[in-house]
Design a protein around this ligand. Structure first.
Ligand code: PMP
Ligand code: GLN
Length: 378
């Protein structure tokens, strides 16, 4: 039978993690921490299980979790969402993104994505029968080009996807850029999916520019966050979607027949744990130290550091080291030096190669030092 996704193979993250394991390499490819989470979070989930929170929760998510998330968004970004009608718990951001797209994109609708983008976006749009319209961010600096975005808008444009802090580049949108986006969308009915899974990883004292801060954006946005990133538990797959009530109502229609509910004890445990803001408020300092350690180690090598103002990713320009493509370089790196990285071309529709690769620094200091010792041989 005809494939629904003829162009999709195994994701680059799976491929590179397998190669890293095969070559016993230091895996700075796939984005996940190699250290544990706060034991207090484990205790909190464990207590929830022991207290009997093991049956289906409400379809929309455990009320206490939705409420504490609404309070957190209000405290951080000044926007009050109604916990009952505007916040939904999803089984990870990946499920949330697919569900948003299925709930608002009809066959033939155009959806703008900004390349390089997370690899699930375009296949998700295709599954909905939508038409992906890929608009590049500026090469190597990864800023939104509003002229190009404006030129891509047509009467068929239904949805725009943005991601800040940005995977893979590690850049963050500025207030001015968010304002420009708000102005650009003001005369349109275009909806916005703001993928903010790295919202708590913004460095150098800068603030996270959530779409929820901008009334003209919040009114048309699904704002997505993921506990996997924030609390070092990528395997837990619990996320939240904040959106105005009419958008949330449509989201929930798809959600209830997609996963119906998300696992109960983790939601109860997270609700309790989130009462203390310290763990997420301390996250920027925690990751900034790792970023600085990793960057300092690469100073003096021929790998040219690009800015990393957010996420846990560091991109480097490899053009002074090799003429090889990003993909070839990553293959050689894992085999010859024993360090895994991700080619940025994997995040572009046309395989655009700007000789930039991505490292993940969500690793123990000893892991980073082991990788640096090898990378300094380049
Ligand atoms: N969006 C982006 C930009 C990501 O980097 C990730 C994590 N790989 C996700 C979404 C998916 O997050 P989750 O693990 O919660 O599904
Ligand atoms: N988000 C992670 C990354 O960009 C990987 C998630 C996945 O393996 N799909 O590396």
């Amino acid at each position: 039978f005809p494939s629904r996704l003829p162009n999709v193979g195994t994701t680059i993250f799976t491929v590179m993690s397998a190669l890293a394991a095969e070559h016993k390499a230091v895996n700075l490819g796939q984005g996940f921490p190699d250290f544990g989470c706060d034991p207090a979070l484990i205790d909190s989930v464990s207590r929830a299980m022991q207290a009997g929170h093991n049956q289906y929760p409400p379809m929309t998510g455990v009320p206490a979790l939705r409420e504490v998330v609404a309070q957190k968004i209000e405290a951080l970004y000044g926007k009050r969402y109604d916990a009952n009608s505007e916040i939904t718990v999803a089984a990870g951001a990946t499920q949330a993104i697919l569900t948003v797209i299925l709930s608002c994109v009809s066959p033939g609708d155009e959806v703008i994505v900004l390349d390089p983008c997370y690899d699930s976006y375009v296949p998700n749009i295709e599954l909905a029968g939508g038409v992906p319209v890929r608009v590049p961010l500026t090469p190597k600096t990864f800023r939104p080009d509003f002229g190009k975005i404006a030129a891509a808008i047509t009467p068929k444009t239904r949805l725009l996807l943005i991601n800040t802090p940005h995977n893979p580049s590690g850049t963050t949108w500025t207030a001015q850029e968010m304002q420009q986006l708000q102005d650009l969308l003001a005369p349109t009915n275009i909806l916005l999916l703001a993928d903010e899974v790295y919202e708590h990883m913004v460095f150098d004292g800068e603030r996270h520019e959530s779409a929820s801060r901008y009334p003209g954006l919040a009114a048309r946005s699904y704002v997505i966050s993921s506990f996997g990133k924030t609390f070092h538990v990528t395997g837990w797959k619990v996320a939240t979607v904040a959106a105005p009530a009419p958008l949330t109502a449509e989201f929930r229609k798809v959600h209830q027949f997609n996963v119906f509910t998300v696992n109960t004890p983790m939601q109860v445990g997270l609700a309790e744990y989130l009462k203390d803001p310290a763990p997420y408020l301390n996250l920027p300092a925690f990751y900034q130290k790792k970023r600085d350690l990793f960057r300092a180690g690469l100073e003096g090598t021929r790998l040219k550091l690009l800015p990393s103002s957010g996420t846990y990713f560091q991109c480097v320009d490899i053009s002074a080291v090799t003429d090889a493509s990003e993909a070839e370089f990553c293959q050689q790196l894992v085999k010859d030096l024993g360090v895994a990285a991700i080619p940025l071309s994997a995040f572009y529709g046309n395989g655009f190669d700007q000789q930039v690769v991505r490292f993940c620094y969500a690793k123990k200091d000893e892991t980073l030092l082991a990788a640096l010792e090898r990378l300094r041989r380049l």
